[in-house]
Write a protein that binds this ligand. Structure first.
Ligand code: ADP
Ligand code: MG
Length: 697
């Protein structure tokens, strides 16, 4: 199929398919559930199930799966065939409404953080009809939410759906106050830009660290990095282009609107962005994107690395979570219009976001935390771990006006002339871009740039939705009671500008000065996943999650536990992998090299000719010295792991030890190996080096 319009969504049980195939009444009913958030009619499920099955079988399906997102960050699926035996020893293809609505995977092998004792292994999956089912490789995929026997969320979709509902409720209250009578729902929209690396599979297979941990645990910098800035937006290599073409087609078939693709800053790094959709679908689609990237890469002899920091010293990968809110009748609530100073409704929503981000910065930081992202956030790389908001000149100026005598004007961008008469004059944006801000206003949406490249985007989005819902509810409480609406709005806006301007920073977030300035402003700077996770059980945060029905206290405590356990496991695997590589690959390789150096000296000496062997001698002495230090480093790291193993404290203390003892010792060990790599002959080094991995795709 070469026609893209035909290809797009061809494997999705989407609105068009439902409209065409479902009885009219059934279609209307399911549409109401999807569009208006009404309860699902069980009789409808029976009809939909049958039609869905017929559609999938025509595509070639033999099985269906309840596709869900446990707290591992990735998706899970268990395939059941449609076959059902008949009394005459044959089979028919069956799929009931009950099977569509509810699944019962054994939940005991998915993380629950103590929510579900192992004897209560029962878990349920529930059909999420707001995200369309799709067909892939013989299987009908049904997006579902996953919960325990007692209804606690065991996944990332459930809280996301709950948070969307919460935000809608509060945003509609505000809209009503502005006289809006037509919008009945507010939907959050998301367009996630996904960064990733591609490396050659043959080289990848020779790196245990990439295989077991997704990142390089050793590796000296290549002679060339990203300093020439010749990779960003550079023309695509043919092999990459072929990969992207096939990737796009796979995505399009599944209704994922993959739109933009380009080379990223680091060598071998790329980015793919889809057209935005509702948060729920965008989150499911991002899972499809990550899965498809990996699968299609393999077909091209490539491996896709989604890790946040596969290589030290070159940029890592993130996900830019472009987020906005719009009404169900299509109005983007973050669209400022040409004269934002007159757009009070926009300013109210903007103020709510400013307050939310300032008051709940720790929670937002936590939503982007994972062990991989620790190598970016707060490490010597961008973006920093400090949350701040970029608003740009126009909006910042308007906020100033709020506190300085009222709203009078909006700065305009004007026209840009390039100085060549044949080139067109371009309308200028009202503000320049700021690529260093972790939370930037980009015209009609906010771009949350801290998000981890390998993680589900559910977490940052249910966090954003919840904190904004909370502030909107505070505003609505005040405004609904106010005797004069306009005066109260002015009062609220003034309060926000006065108390929360500290979160706004339009400058360079990567500069040293900002770290100092942010500290002065009292903005939190949380270094690692371990400390960041505490936000999940902070009373202030528990209160809003409970208030808006997104999480119970027990659910939050379990997520806190899971985050820490995951941290411990990840660092432990990395340390074990390091030790394996150090002892079984690097030491033997370096010994070979030193033996050859010694042999060379002896051989030359044996000839009786007086030749200079000082180069060999110097190298031998230097290498042997490093080797001894390396061996000591191994012992130190092993001791750290032993100590961790014998610890009895809380999970938090355990994780903290891994972060500030084990992890630090891994860094020390790496340093020595990387130095040895730079002086050991290429033929001796036991694995492909950075230059091979980054430039030989
Ligand atoms: P850039 O990051 O270069 O400014 P775009 O402005 O084209 O790129 O958008 C980046 C991403 O933001 C895309 O995935 C796009 O679909 C998404 N996006 C655009 N508008 C919205 C919106 N209202 N809500 C959520 N995402 C949006
Ligand atoms: Mg962007």
């Amino acid at each position: 199929m070469s026609n893209i319009t035909e290809l797009f969504g061809s494997n999705v049980f989407n609105d068009a398919v439902m409209k065409e195939r479902l009885p009219k009444a059934t279609y209307k009913s399911i549409k109401k559930t999807i569009d208006e958030g009404l309860a699902l009619d069980p009789n409808v499920a029976e009809v939909v199930a049958n039609v869905m099955k017929e559609w999938a079988i025509e595509k070639g399906a033999t099985h269906y799966t309840h596709w869900f997102q446990p707290m591992t960050g990735i998706t899970a699926e268990k395939h059941d065939s449609f076959i059902s035996p008949t009394s005459d020893g044959k089979v028919i293809m069956e799929f009931s409404g009950k099977e569509l609505i509810k699944g019962e995977p054994d939940a005991s092998s998915f993380p629950s953080g103590g929510l579900r004792a192992t004897f209560e292994a029962r878990g349920y999956t529930a059909w999420d009809c707001t995200s369309p089912a799709f067909y892939k490789e013989g299987i009908l995929y049904i997006p579902t939410a996953f919960c325990s026997y007692t209804g606690e969320a065991l996944d990332s979709k459930t809280p996301l759906l709950r948070s969307m509902q919460a935000l809608s409720k509060q945003a509609v209250r505000i809209l009503k106050l502005f006289g809006n009578t037509t919008s009945s729902m507010v939907i959050t929209t998301v367009g996630p830009e996904q960064e990733y690396f591609l490396v050659d599979k043959k080289l990848y297979d020779q790196r245990k660290d990439l295989i077991y941990t997704g990142r390089t645990l050793f590796g000296a910098p290549a002679p060339k990095g990203q300093e020439l800035e010749d990779q960003y937006f550079g023309s695509l290599k043919e092999r990459i282009q072929t990969f992207m073409k096939e990737f796009n087609e796979e995505c399009w078939k599944l209704g994922v609107a993959a739109k933009t693709q380009h080379n990223e800053v680091a060598p071998a790094q790329h980015e793919i962005a889809p057209i935005f959709s509702t948060t729920n679908i965008a989150t499911d689609h991002n899972q499809i994107v990550m899965d498809t990237l990996k699968k299609v890469a393999l077909r091209h002899g490539l491996v896709c690395l989604l890790h946040e920091k596969p290589f030290a010293g070159v940029n890592g990968s993130g996900k830019h979570n472009n987020w906005s809110m719009s009404t169900n009748d299509g109005m983007n609530l973050l669209e400022p219009g040409k004269t934002p100073h007159e757009n009070v409704q926009f300013l109210v929503f903007l103020c709510a976001i400013i307050k939310a981000v300032d008051e709940y910065a720790e929670l937002l930081r936590c939503s982007a935390a994972n062990p991989g992202n620790d190598h970016r956030l707060g490490a010597n790389e961008a973006p920093p771990a400090i949350i701040s908001i970029f608003l740009g000149d126009q909006l910042t100026d308007i906020l100033h006006q709020i506190t300085n005598g009222g709203l009078k004007s909006s700065k305009q961008g004007g026209e840009l002339t390039i100085g060549v008469t044949t080139l067109p004059a371009l309308p200028k944006d009202t503000t320049d871009r700021n690529r260093t801000s972790p939370f930037a206003f980009t015209g009609n949406k906010f771009e949350f740039r801290m998000v981890a490249s390998s993680a589900s985007i559910a977490r940052p989005n249910y966090t954003l939705n919840t904190i904004v819902a909370e502030i909107l509810s505070q505003f609505a409480d005040k405004l609904e009671k106010a005797s004069d609406f306009n005066t109260e709005v002015q009062k609220i806006m003034k309060e926000i500008v006065t108390n929360h301007s500290r979160i706004i920073f339009n400058g360079n977030n990567y500069s040293e000065e900002w770290l100092v300035e942010a500290e002065k402003r009292g903005l939190p700077n949380i270094k690692s996943t371990v400390e960041a996770s505490k936000a999940l059980i902070d009373e202030k945060n528990v209160r809003i999650f409970e208030k808006h029905g997104v999480f119970t206290r027990a659910e939050l405590e379990s997520r806190f536990e899971i985050a820490l356990e995951n941290y411990i496991k990840v660092v432990n695997i990395e340390a074990q992998t390091m030790l394996d590589m150090a002892k079984r690959d690097i030491i033997p390789a370096v010994i070979n090299y030193t033996s050859d150096l010694a042999d060379s000296i002896n051989t030359i000496k044996a000839t009786g000719i007086s030749a200079d062997t000082s180069v060999q001698a110097e190298l031998l002495s230097k290498t042997s010295g490093l080797l001894a230090a390396f061996s000591k480093g191994i012992v130190t790291l092993e001791a750290s792991l032993e100590k961790a193993d014998s610890m009895h404290g809380s999970t938090y203390d355990h994780a903290y030890f891994f972060r500030y003892d084990t992890f630090m010792k891994m860094g020390d060990l790496r340093k020595i190996a990387d130095e040895m790599e730079t002086i050991t002959g290429s033929d001796y080094w036991p694995m492909p080096v950075y230059g091979d991995l980054l430039f030989r795709v």
